[in-house]
Design a protein around this ligand. Structure first.
Ligand code: ADP
Ligand code: MG
Length: 389
């Protein structure tokens, strides 16, 4: 947990004035993997790990920024030409500031202190937490309130243009718009989102980081995208109205799959079924049918492993250890694959056993330690007021 009193005190010491505090969370995707770029649905939730930005306006147009995590600082002059793709975390801050300004928000200069307990590179989207918390801080201290959807799009644009990472919209959407006790169903084509109550009376969400990242990830990602496009191209001969796999129903797929080459068929089957699973999982959550939700998580993993082929032996091992633990309703890899984390739905009373068994077994079989994070569904971006500190 971030110590907010400490951040405020550190800010006062460094900058000699009083800050306001803003926060945006990381996220985990519960179900809906590799559906985003096919125009489909994803169902993430904001987690109880967040990035905090202490911020105060300055009289000039400079942004001075310091990261407690990295113990590094930087300076951006909003009246000087833009700088991008430095290859450092300052790119995220500059990107958000510049894109806010392009959207007609004339910003004031700012002193910023950033501290985060979202682990970086674990697939929990510390980058979106950074973009959204900085975007909220810069706009609010300049006297603007930016709509949440817009804030998310600004974060994404910053990451595209200033960091050079062509990310989807899921991370920024849920970091900006998440709601405590809810998952967020996002329609990635329409850019619309719906809050879905997530009843955690009996269960917790547990994230296990495999701590491996296989090199394959980005080249295979591009291959998968191309395979999906190929699938659409072939299926369009029979289904002229489709533009993305999102438009293909399971019935249509079953009817026309004979026309698809074997590999393309498997890729399409994953996407079409995963989309349907994400909608079914949303319905199950709405009715608090957590067992059914868990069942869909297992199926999602099997499909990612066997049809989409983006899992790896470490992720499969974490999921199979989970399957052997009592009180685990569902488990699957989460994120792009070839490493990263799994997400698990675990009954409260079985949590300790799950933790113990997962860390011992995973390390015994791989010689790698897993990091385990437990979270309920948290609130999206917000200002933290003095009474809460
Ligand atoms: P993920 O979003 O999965 O955690 P990314 O590679 O997309 O991984 O983003 C991680 C990067 O975001 C870090 O390398 C760093 O540049 C930046 N970042 C995240 N949190 C912080 C922070 N608290 N301070 C400075 N930079 C951060
Ligand atoms: Mg990221």
């Amino acid at each position: 947990m971030i110590n907010l009193k400490q951040i405020r005190a550190d800010f006062q010491e460094i900058y000699n004035h009083e800050p306001r505090l803003f926060q945006a969370p990381g996220r985990v995707n519960l179900i809906g993997e590799h559906t985003d770029y096919n125009g489909g649905f994803v169902l993430p939730m904001a987690i109880e790990y967040a990035t905090t930005v202490a911020a105060a306006p300055r009289e000039d147009r400079k942004i001075r920024v310091r990261s407690v995590n990295l113990n590094e600082e930087g300076e951006i002059d909003l009246d000087a030409p833009e700088q991008k793709l430095r290859g450092s975390w300052i790119d995220y801050v500059e990107g958000v500031a510049r894109i806010l300004e392009r959207q007609n928000a004339k910003l004031r200069g700012a002193d910023l202190l950033i501290a985060s307990d979202v682990p970086t590179g674990a697939g929990l989207s510390s980058s979106a937490a950074l973009e959204i918390s900085v975007g909220l801080a810069l706009s609010e201290i300049s006297g603007y309130t930016v709509e949440k959807v817009k804030l998310a799009l600004i974060g994404q644009a910053a990451e595209h243009e200033f960091v050079g990472a062509k990310v989807g919209i899921m991370d920024q959407f849920v970091s900006a718009m998440g709601k405590k006790g809810h998952a967020l169903l996002i329609d990635c084509r329409e850019l619309k989102a719906k809050q879905v109550p997530l009843d955690t009376k009996d269960v917790v969400i547990v994230i296990c980081n495999s701590n491996v990242k296989h090199e394959l990830a980005s080249s295979e990602y591009n291959t998968r995208r191309a395979e999906c496009e190929k699938g659409v191209e072939i299926l369009r001969k029979f289904l002229p109205d489709i533009t993305q796999l999102r438009d293909v129903t399971i019935e249509d797929f079953e009817r026309y799959k004979v026309h698809l080459p074997e590999i393309i068929k498997k890729r399409c089957r994953h996407v079409v079924a995963e989309n349907a699973r994400t909608l079914a999982a949303t319905e199950a959550l709405g009715k608090s049918h957590l067992k059914e939700f868990g069942r869909l998580m297992w199926l999602s993993h099997a499909s990612l492993r066997d049809d989409y082929e983006v899992s790896c032996k470490e992720l499969d091992l974490l999921v199979s250890i989970a399957a052997d633990c009592e009180g685990v309703l569902g488990a699957r890899m989460t994120g792009g694959g070839f490493g990263g984390s799994t997400v698990n739905l675990v009954r409260h009373e079985n949590l300790n056993n799950f933790r113990k068994k997962t860390s011992t077994e995973y390390e015994r079989q791989t010689n790698i330690k897993t990091d385990i994070y437990v979270s309920g569904a948290a609130e999206g971006a917000r200002e933290v007021f003095n009474g809460e500190i």
